[in-house]
Design a protein around this ligand. Structure first.
Ligand SMILES: NC(=O)C1=CN([C@@H]2O[C@H](COP(=O)(O)OP(=O)(O)OC[C@H]3O[C@@H](n4cnc5c(N)ncnc54)[C@H](OP(=O)(O)O)[C@@H]3O)[C@@H](O)[C@H]2O)C=CC1
Ligand SMILES: O=C(O)[C@@H]1CCC=N1
Length: 271
């Protein structure tokens, strides 16, 4: 992976900003002096500066004015409040990457007239290089901008290009998905504890089962239904567990989770 040579500004130094910047640094895509982060909280900036030796400021416009690429990582609910004073500080030609759930390319382009804008939906496994980010380009973004977005987010996992019309759906699945999987993991561990396993052993068994199953699907290309059939012996233990899951509505609960998050992403985009 080639090194990124420009100045990266990040507006909002929260969970997702840290996930991305930590990986850009550990993969040596960027050096600390190329990254400037602004956050409303001085204490938060001190944490980030202490951990990563990056530059920090509580002034969004100061960070924006030095950037060649500007990553917006504040909450969507405060986008309008942050964008208005920021717009005049953004240098001509600066690429704007927004990871804000719901906020559309139309809204971004209206806030930053003439700037190339790309909407990205990453997820928190980015921290360990196992993320997936969907990327949709705005009207002023050229192929070089798209390539750069794929390069930066490629450092934190896989990337896919999607039409903007699918970004809320992506948000409902992979953007929010780590939380659903974390619930499944926690619940499997609790299940183990409920039948007598010590919690640390239950947690290890649950985690490795989840990792191993994902790896099995990934490496063999098996359809999940085939994999399930391989585990379920007639009259055995697994079919008893699967029947309990069906009765409790696990599949329908997960489908509804993705739909609910999709709808919420659409709502956030309407301001
Ligand atoms: N978390 C996730 O899994 C994912 C999040 N996203 C998107 O990423 C964005 C950031 O989410 P996330 O990292 O979870 O959120 P966080 O709340 O962790 O990060 C946002 C940061 O911005 C700071 N902030 C608040 N107001 C301002 C301001 N006026 N100027 C500068 N900084 C400010 C917040 O400070 P304070 O906390 O003090 O308010 C906080 O540190 C969101 O738009 C979300 O939709 C996308 C994909 C996945
Ligand atoms: O919960 C949220 O709104 C953000 C967007 C995707 C993941 N977290």
């Amino acid at each position: 992976m080639s090194q990124f040579r420009d100045q990266l500004g990040i507006i909002g130094g929260g969970v997702m900003a840290e996930a991305i910047l930590s990986r850009l640094l550990s993969q040596k895509i960027c050096s600390p002096k190329q990254i400037q982060v602004s956050d409303i909280s001085k204490e938060r900036l001190e944490v980030l500066i202490g951990r990563y030796q990056i530059q920090g400021s509580t002034l969004n416009d100061a960070v924006a004015s030095n950037a060649r690429v500007l990553l917006l990582a504040i909450k969507p609910q405060i986008f309008a409040k942050v964008a208005v004073p920021l717009a005049s500080s953004i240098p001509a030609g600066c690429l704007i990457l927004s990871i804000l759930a719901g906020v559309t390319l139309g809204t971004l382009e209206a806030a930053f007239p003439g700037s190339p804008v790309i909407r990205v939906m990453p997820n928190t496994p980015a921290t360990v290089g196992a993320g997936i980010a969907a990327i949709a380009a705005g009207n002023h973004a050229h192929q070089t901008h798209l390539d750069l977005a794929h390069q930066l987010f490629g450092a934190v996992g896989q990337t896919v290009t999607v039409p903007e019309s699918l970004m809320d759906a992506v948000t409902g699945l992979s953007g929010s998905g780590p939380a659903y999987v974390a619930l499944v993991l926690e619940a499997l561990t609790d299940g183990g504890v409920s039948v007598g396993l010590p919690r640390p052993i239950a947690a290890q068994l649950a985690l490795q089962t989840l990792l191993g199953t994902a790896k099995l699907v990934d490496e063999t290309g098996l359809h999940p239904a085939q994999l399930k059939d391989q585990v379920t012996s007639p009259g055995g233990t697994t079919i008893a567990g699967v029947a309990a899951l069906e009765q409790a509505g696990l599949r329908s609960a997960l489908v509804k989770a993705v739909q609910a998050a999709y709808h919420r992403s659409c709502e956030l985009g309407q301001g």
